[in-house]
Structure formats: C-alpha cells, structure tokens
Design a binder for this molecule. Sequence first.
Ligand code: ADP
Length: 323
Amino acid sequence: LKHIGVLTSGGDAPGMNAAVRAVVRCAIYHGMEVTGIHEGYTGLLEGKLESLNSRSVANIINQGGTFLKSARCREFYEPEGRARAAAQLEESGIQALVVIGGDGSFTGAVLLAREHRVSVVGIPGTIDNDIYGTDFTIGFDTAINTVQDAVDKIRDTATSHNRLFFIEVMGRDAGYIALYTGIGAGSEEILIPEQSRGMDYLLQSLERSGRKGKTSSIVIVAEGDKSGGVYELAKTVEAKMDGYQSRVTVLGHIQRGGRPTCADRVLASRLGVAAVDALRDGSSGVMVGVRNNLISLTGLEKACKERTEINAELIRVADIVSI
Ligand code: ADP
C-alpha cells in the first residue's frame, strides 16, 4: 500500500482534526503518500484533493470542526455517483480510503467498497456516540463536557429562582449525551429515547423531589426523546404542578463545536493510527473503534446496522444519585 486518501463526512465533531492528523502522520511514518479530500464525498466527486505532509496537519490538534471540511453529498446515494468517485480515486492513484464520519458516511463507504472493490476503513466521528462497535466516538467527550458546563451555569439560575429547567441536548436517536450529562451535571431526571417512562413517571418524580425539599430541578431531555418535545413537556408539567415555574433551554449547535478535550484527542489519535494499521494489514470494510480500552475492528456494515444498547448500569446510577 503506497497511497491513501482521507476525508471527513456528515456532521462534524470535535477531534476530527486530530484523527486526520494521526492518519496523515501514521501513513507518512510508514512511507506512504496521503491525499486529503476536501468536503467529504462531494469533494471526491469534484476532485478537491490536496497532497498532505506532516506539516499540513500542524496546529490543528487543538481545533474543533474539520479543516478538510465536511459535506452531505446527494450524488453518493446513487450508483452512478459512487462509480464516479471510484474512477476519481483510481485516476488519482489513491489505493485506499479512510472515512471519518457517522453511520451515513459508513453506509456510503460500504457501497463504494462493495461495488468497486475500493479498500475503505471507517473512523467513528460523531458527538452522538451512537455507533455500534466502539465504546466511544470521537467528539462525544467534548460534547458532554460542553453540555455539563452549560448545565452548571443554568443551575445557578434554577436554584436562585426555584425554577424547573428543561434542557434539550443533542444525540439524534440516542440518549448517550443526555445520560452522561444528566449524571455529570446532577440533573433530577433524564429523558432518553431508549427508555420512555411516560409523563406520569416524570410528574411523580418531580413531586417526590419537591416533598424531599428540592426547590429547583433540572431535567435533561434528549432530542430524540418521544415525550412530544421539550416545550410541550414544560407546558404540561407546569400546568400539572403547583409552585414551579418552568423554563426551557435548547442548547443546539454549541454542542458540536469547541476545542476537543484531551480524551477526544487521544481517542482520535489512536483511531487514526489504527485505521492506517488496518489498511496496511490488508483489512477493508471495517471500522476501527475502542472497546474496553483496546482497539477493536468491526465490520462497517455491522457498525451501520446494529444498534448500540444503552448502558443499564448508567441508568441505575442516574436513578440512585438523583434522589
Ligand atoms: P453521518 O455520516 O454523520 O451519519 P449523513 O447521514 O449525512 O452523516 O451521511 C453523510 C454522507 O454519506 C451523505 O451525504 C451521503 O453522501 C453519504 N451517505 C449516507 N447514507 C448513504 C447511503 N444510504 N448510501 C450512500 N451514501 C450515503
């Protein structure tokens, strides 16, 4: 293997830069050529390629986002688009591709590999932590620290005014960001899509908290929660409970940005090196991840199709520490 390409695709996540840096430097360490592909699959189709050396990735480990830029590419959903992508890779002499992204990007990579025998390895980069085959995705740790910071600040107002705050966090269909930050920021309740407990449960829990002397409460709501949306939730609870004024905060895109935490930079560096190692070992169609703190390879197709199970132990801990 002499020449690899690397791209970032789908939603950006803090630590993607550190992953690109590790891929580039590991490839160069082994005497390979590396091409950076700008703007994901779109840039591949448009030939937005740049030869990268060790210095091209200097001073990016500390930056959020992705210097290669990311994109969503409609043509890639069609076989013709993928055929053009394969032709572009061949023309440029790129023998294997590292795709840093989420399950959508991996689905595209699986099809590219299957239809055109292109070697691909995936690196999970998404703040949602919703990818099967890895305990953590790149960006998750940074996002939960950002959320925790924000909730700490909101708590000041909640306690000063005896208010009930509903805070919506990201995570798409997964409740990981909510579950971790609910525990880390000490919320009273956590609403996640994996475990819908219903309105009555929430009301009982808040009433119980009130009886025990809590004068303010914070409820973390995952964006994928199925209770009908955070504003509706706040209205219903306020109508049914006396004495509490409720407020809603939707944290939004601040959760996707910012300087990656050390944990994310280390994870990204490990997975970048692991991806190049996997390609050099002749692997293709796999995702590199970390399980029980060891590098682990999972079939890309499996990584896309299987659902991650939410950790029941974490739910139990959240229930216990919020009484
Ligand atoms: P993420 O990788 O973060 O899940 P998306 O779902 O937006 O983000 O996927 C990123 C890109 O991957 C899409 O814009 C498209 O180019 C490609 N892609 C996603 N799903 C498919 C699919 N089913 N078939 C082919 N390409 C896909």
